[in-house]
Every structure is written in C-alpha cells, then in structure tokens.
Design a binder for this molecule. Structure first.
Ligand code: SF4
Length: 354
C-alpha cells in the first residue's frame, strides 16, 4: 500500500521545504536549557547525527536570546532552529530580528493582535517562518468556555481565528500544529485541520510520556494520521533523551514507507536458551548514535542455535551462545569469540559513534 499524502502548500523553514510532497520532516526539541550552553551544544550535535532536521528550543528570557544568537552563528549548527516562545511577544520579535528560522508561538497568549502583527511583520521582513502552535493545555480560556470545554472544537476555533488573521496580514509562510495529550483528540483535530486548510501540519501527541508509553501513544496517534496522508513534519514528544524522539519518529515513518530509518535493531524476545543479559546489551547499543549513510539493520539474538537464522535479513548481528557469541552478516557466521570479546568486536564492527 502506498500512502497518498494530502497536498499542502510549500513553506520554508531555513533551507528546509515543508509540505507539497516534500519528505516528511523530523523534528525534536532541546531538553537542555540554552543557559547550559555546553550541554545544549552537545545535544544539537547528537540530534544532527541522529538525523534530526529541525531543532526547536525554548527561549524564555534575554539570556536565552543571547545564547540563541551564538548558536545561530556557530559552525556546528547544520539545521534550522525554531524558537519556542510563550507570552513574551518581544522575545519572538527579537529572535526573528536576529535571524531565527522560525518562531513557534501560540498567538492566543501573545497578548494582542497588535503585538502579533509586529511579530508577523518581522517574520515577513526576515523571510522567516512561524508555527502557529495550539496545544490542549494552552488554548485560550474564553474560547474553551465558548465551546463548553470541548477541547477539539476550542482548538479548531483558536487555529481558525489565527489563520484568518495571518492571511489578512498577508503572511502565509506558516505551518500549523494542534496537539492534545489524548490520542483520539489529536487525531480528530488534525483530520479537521487537514480538511479545512492546506497549510502544512506539524503533527505529534503532546506530553505523551516515557519512551515506552510515549512511543506507543505517538506511534498510534502519528501513525494513524500519516496513514491517512496527514502530516508534513513530525515530533515524537518523550520524557527521555531527544535522540530517542528522532529515532522513534523515523521508526514510525519507516514502518509506513514514508522515510527510511537510519538503523533498526532486531532483537529476540529471549527465552530459556538465553544465557546473557541481552536486554542490557541491546540498551547499550541503542544508547549510541550509529552514523551510517544507508539504513543498517542490526540483529541481537539470545542464542546461537536459532539466532543467525532468525535474523537472516540483518546487515550485521550477534548471537550469544553459552560460552561464545557468533558475529554474523546476512545470516552467515563470520566469527565466534568468547562472549565479552565478541561484544567488543561487534561494537567495533558497528563503527563510529559506539
Ligand atoms: Fe530463544 Fe534463541 Fe529465539 Fe532468542 S533467538 S528467543 S534465545 S530461540
């Protein structure tokens, strides 16, 4: 089955084109504060190595503004940056003035249409983008009241009001995101948005939880929408390292044939034959960034009897026996070594980043 994507208009965030059948773009958000500049710098590099294509960061005050300027002018930054701003219209204005690629604002908490106009005018001048981001937790109270607490209807009304204002201001380089922590609401709202507008949609399930619960909720919510052709950029929100958000996003896209994941780890569920702590070995490998231009499929199996055979399709794999482990490629055993030694050799085979 080939998914037919909903046709949306093209916008640009930095050099990245979004919408209009361009590849679905993978985004994430910095967990580190910009005031911890060294940590933020490392996180940016890790995200880029993992294949993140747009990085968003919270900008909460003037110190953050100073640091975002330094990040924007650095050599290590390779992808567009989105400044995420609530309440302080002047911060959004100054970020744009300083060349930020996009600001994410919830127009409902910016204060007034006059302030919103100032932001829009600066985005126009700098040819930057704006993301209209309305979340279930931050939808305007009066709109929520008017819709008798119905979050889907309230979000639709809020987004619609803002889209009309942006269009009347002569600005269309924007994308829309409307997220709820409920998967059902997220699906319902984005279906309605997709029917009503042709602006690119950034999709995700907000505050979805840990790597396990959040990954599943996001997989269901984002997966259902993507399978219906809805969504031009994605973020998987997790209470975990941001590289896992990127990995999860590619995994969802890969499973639907929309983008290719950078790598995939196939690991067996373990059984009475397993003699090693396979779970911790898999964890160790998955913690690292695997730098590979082409997709690489890695197998990690708990026994030498069935392991290589069960993972014939893997590019490279390891199968742990009682005393020795076998390293194999495409199901063919290359070498058998004592367990620890084999794992070290296996990591070396995987190359950079381990
Ligand atoms: Fe059990 Fe071996 Fe299959 Fe793993 S690969 S589940 S250890 S039989």
């Amino acid at each position: 089955m080939v998914i037919k994507r909903k046709k949306t208009r093209e916008i640009k965030v930095g050099d990245i084109k979004i919408g209009n059948n361009n590849p679905i773009i993978v985004q994430s958000m910095l967990k580190n504060k910009l005031t911890s500049l060294d940590d933020a710098r490392k996180e940016i590099k890790d995200l880029q190595d993992e294949g993140c294509e747009i990085i968003r960061t919270a900008v909460v005050d003037e110190d953050d503004l100073k640091n975002i300027k330094e990040i924007k002018s650095s050599d290590y930054l390779k992808v567009p940056v989105v400044a995420d701003i609530h309440f302080k219209w002047n911060l959004a204005y100054k970020c744009l003035e300083n060349g930020i690629d996009c600001v994410r604002i919830n127009p409902g908490n910016i204060g007034s249409y006059e302030k919103l106009s100032r932001i829009i005018d600066m985005a126009k001048e700098k040819r930057s983008a704006i993301r209209i981001g309305v979340n279930s937790g931050s939808v305007e109270k009066n709109i929520l009241k008017r819709n008798h607490g119905n979050i889907s209807n309230a979000i639709m009304e809020s987004v619609t009001e803002n889209v009309i204002f942006f269009e009347n201001s002569g600005f269309t380089n924007f994308k829309i995101s409307a997220k709820a922590s409920s998967v059902i609401d997220t699906i319902r709202i984005n279906r309605s948005l997709s029917e009503k507008f042709d602006y690119p949609l950034h999709i995700g399930v907000t505050e979805s939880g840990s790597r396990f619960e959040g990954g599943i909720k996001s997989g269901v919510g984002i997966g259902v929408l993507l399978s219906e052709g809805i969504g031009d950029t994605v973020r998987v929100s997790l209470t975990d390292r941001s590289i896992f958000e990127v990995r999860a996003a590619y995994s969802i896209l890969d499973s639907l044939g929309l983008r290719e994941a950078r790598f995939e780890i196939i690991s067996c569920p373990t059984c009475g034959r397993t003699v090693v702590d396979l779970k911790s070995y898999v964890e160790e490998i998955s913690k690292h960034i695997i730098k590979s231009k082409n997709k690489i499929t890695i197998a990690m199996m708990g026994c030498i009897v069935n392991g290589p055979g069960e993972a014939k399709e893997a590019d490279i794999g390891i199968a742990f026996g009682r005393k020795k482990a076998a390293i194999f490629k495409k199901g063919i055993i290359l070498e058998k070594l004592p367990l620890e030694e084999a794992f070290i050799r296996f990591k070396k085979e995987l190359g950079q980043g381990i």
